[in-house]
Ligand binder design. Structure first.
Ligand SMILES: Nc1ncnc2c1ncn2[C@@H]1O[C@H](COP(=O)(O)OP(=O)(O)OP(=O)(O)O)[C@@H](O)[C@H]1O
Length: 706
């Protein structure tokens, strides 16, 4: 039976049940999976030299004749040696294999093999240890550019290379060419078959580059098309038209005058809310730029128009805080604000469910608990998510689905400024509003980088500020707090950001121990408290509330306070082991202070000697512009770290890298835009296969195209 992309791996020679199981661990179930399993690097095995001409210590290929029968000797138990003499016209060498007895029969005297390995000189004798070899002329593992695949137990590189070679030979030509000819011509892209052949078994480095370019472009192209289709799909939905879209009264009674940027963004949202097409807007604002007021204004317009609003936050502390600050901003509006989090008692939840269903609650703030089955609304018209890259397309869609037949308006808030090209990809389905102005009267946070030698001075400084009536945070990098499970559920809720069920991080004790030390030895006269993600929600809330109320002077914390926590009286942020944080994260942490009228400070304590780390931290000391910082962060760490593993909710990319291949990303964006302008929705029959492929890339979220 001829191989096709759909053929299971069991049909390949040498793959039995056990091997198939091992391959499954790498998600390799079919020939098509193997074809799309790209090497992570390549080994240059193209250099073929003579024995005498081989530079010692360098990996090379040598074609040599096996001069005599290999000899097997047992040195001791568990150590067996096969030695063989090989010659070419320039010299002889001894080839030694440890614990590979099969070699004894595999190498035949009088035949020529190509050996790939390093020549070592022992006096004047030449020797090679454990080389890879194959019969001359086969050129499967030697004399070529060898792909190096990501592996797992039971799957060797040679096995994968062998299987993939078979698949490529049998069906690379069958892979349909989905990139339109015009796109390939304009962007000088290689053909599909060529690219699949050469990404696995490049015939030269130039061919490899061409193949990579095409495949990366292709992936970006599908991604951009997908995001654009998503957006146009949303645009076609029917939204609730808000009759009341004048935020004037709401704004006039706020305790502060809105900034121009806030006004503009509220205006943009109001225009969306009054239109029949559902709003899909991302509000990006640097830390402390006042996004909450924008959310409140929208929620109020929903209420005035007779619709309910749901706001989803990534953590319980934030949900609770949003509820507090929204309640304050909406105090005299007559709106009922509710809270729904996973740690609430079942009876409390039930009450909220009922009140949402009857429409008694006008605005509900909550965590992922809002997505629970029991949650149903009377008239959900507006969904707000506070993202920080934590929800992504699928979860936003899940909350919107609670609105039943209509497509509610969606407002996404993000405090992590991201470079525009990336924003287009990650939030490509959204319109963008930027709050690019801070409320007046904010003095920039003074930022210092200090070493261990200044620790005592830092403590004195904490004491001095507390003496002046301010409060301080001291953050330790102990636990990966801010990495919630990707899917909503009890893990996230219960664990509050740390995967529940995992053994506590050994450093966690450090936070508690450090807090204890501060409490008893360093600041016995101050009110010191601590908070971390493994505490029960109630305990955390109690500590946070006490801090917010000014009843705690020094709050020792893990990064649970990273996003959004708002205590204007806090004027000092100390970050321990600052080198262990990402720049954007440090920027977020710094954003927890300087929120009131007080001069505020950020002290980054580090004992790192690494030049690179110090340079990174200096970026932060030099600028307070979140966009600049995020660009630098992206440049240094790449998008994986930047967003946390797969937190952006995008399909997983096989070969393209969102930070590294920025130029190709831009090219692909341009090409996709042009194609979609000519054929919106990719409805022409000639693009049917392309459309299928785009949908497949988003297969994790099949609903998003409906
Ligand atoms: N126009 C304004 N004038 C004065 N203060 C304001 C203004 N807008 C908001 N604030 C205050 O600034 C603080 C920060 O606002 P908010 O919490 O909405 O910021 P944010 O954009 O959500 O920032 P973060 O992402 O860091 O939480 C709050 O204490 C809020 O009351």
């Amino acid at each position: 039976m001829p191989l096709t992309a759909a053929t299971g791996v069991r049909a390949l020679p040498g793959v039995g049940e056990a091997r198939a199981k091992c391959l499954e661990k790498l998600n390799l179930g079919t020939v098509g999976d193997l074809l799309a399993y790209f090497p992570r690097s390549y080994e240059d095995r193209t250099k073929i030299v003579s024995i005498a001409g081989a530079p010692p210590g360098e990996s090379v290929c040598i074609a040599a004749l096996v001069a005599e029968a290999p000899r097997l000797s047992r040195i001791r138990k568990g150590l067996e040696l096969v030695k063989v003499k090989a010659v070419d016209e320039t010299a002889a060498m001894t080839v030694t294999f440890f614990n590979q007895t099969y070699v004894k029969d595999a190498l035949r005297p009088g035949e020529t093999y190509v050996f790939y390995g390093k020549i070592e000189l022992m006096g004047r004798a030449r020797q090679m240890t454990n080389p890879i070899f194959e019969r001359e002329g086969r050129a499967r593992f030697t004399g070529c550019i060898m792909p190096v695949y990501p592996l797992t137990a039971g799957v060797s590189n040679n096995l994968l290379a062998g299987l993939t070679r078979r698949c490529v030979d049998a069906c690379a030509g069958e892979i349909p060419e989905l990139l339109p000819a015009e796109v390939r011509r304009v962007h000088a892209l290689a053909q599909s078959e060529f690219s699949y052949r050469n990404i696995h078994f490049p015939d030269s480095w130039e061919s490899l580059e061409l193949a990579r370019r095409r495949l990366i472009f292709e992936e970006f192209f599908y991604l951009t098309c997908g995001m654009a289709l998503l957006k146009s799909g949303r645009d076609r939905g029917r939204g609730p038209v808000f009759e009341y879209t004048d935020p004037g009264w709401f704004c006039s009674r706020l305790p502060f005058a809105l900034t121009n940027a806030q006004r503009r963004v509220i205006g943009e949202a109001a225009a969306d809310l009054g239109a029949p097409r559902p709003m899909n807007r991302l509000v990006q604002g640097d830390v402390g730029s006042g996004k909450t007021a924008v959310a409140a204004a929208c929620a109020w317009m929903a209420y005035q128009s007779g619709w309910q609003c749901a706001m989803m936050a990534p953590t319980e502390i934030l949900a609770e805080q949003h509820r507090r600050s929204l309640s304050a901003l909406l105090a005299d509006t007559g709106m009922t604000v509710g809270l729904l989090t996973g740690s609430m008692k079942a009876a409390e939840k039930k009450q909220v469910y009922a009140a949402l269903k009857t429409g008694e609650i006008d605005l509900v703030v909550g965590t992922h608990a809002l997505l629970s089955e029991g949650v149903a609304f009377a008239r959900l018209g507006l969904v707000i998510t506070d993202e920080q890259h934590r929800f992504g397309v699928a979860q936003r869609a899940a909350l919107s689905a609670k609105a039943g037949q209509i497509t509610p308006h969606v407002l996404v808030m993000s405090a992590t400024p991201i470079p525009r090209t990336l924003a287009l990809i990650i939030y490509g389905d959204l319109d963008l509003s930027v709050i690019d102005e801070l409320p007046p009267g904010r003095t920039p946070v003074d930022t210092f980088i200090v070493g261990e030698d200044k620790r005592q001075r830092m403590y004195n400084f904490v004491r001095k500020l507390v003496g002046e009536g301010r409060q301080a945070y001291i953050v330790c990098p102990a636990v990966e707090e801010s990495e919630p499970a990707e899917v909503p559920g009890p893990t996230y809720e219960g664990g509050w950001g740390e995967a529940a069920g995992e053994a506590p991080h050994p450093d966690l004790k450090a936070v508690t121990a450090y807090a204890q030390e501060l409490k008893t030895k360093i600041f016995p006269d101050l009110r010191v408290a601590f908070v971390h993600g493994r505490m029960k929600a109630k305990e955390k809330d109690a500590v946070m509330s006490a801090f917010a109320a000014g009843n705690v002077d020094v709050l020792v914390s893990t990064t649970v306070i990273e996003v959004g926590v708002d205590v204007p009286n806090a004027a000092l942020m100390v970050v321990e082991n600052a080198e262990r944080f990402g720049l954007s994260q440090l920027h977020q942490l710094r954003g927890r202070v300087g929120r009131g009228g007080h001069q505020s400070y950020c002290v980054m304590v580090t004992s790192t000697r690494s030049e690179e780390s110090r340079r990174r931290l200096k970026v932060l000391a030099d600028t307070t512009d979140g966009f600049k910082i995020s660009e630098e962060d992206l440049r240094i760490r790449g998008p994986g770290d930047f967003f946390g593993a797969r937190q952006h909710g995008l399909p997983q990319l096989h070969i393209a890298d969102l930070a590294g291949d920025m130029r190709l990303l831009k090219e692909a964006q341009t090409a996709a835009e042009a194609l979609l302008a000519a054929d919106p929705g990719l409805r022409s029959p000639g693009h049917a296969a392309l459309l299928e492929r785009v949908k497949k890339l988003f297969a994790d979220n099949p609903d998003i195209f409906n």
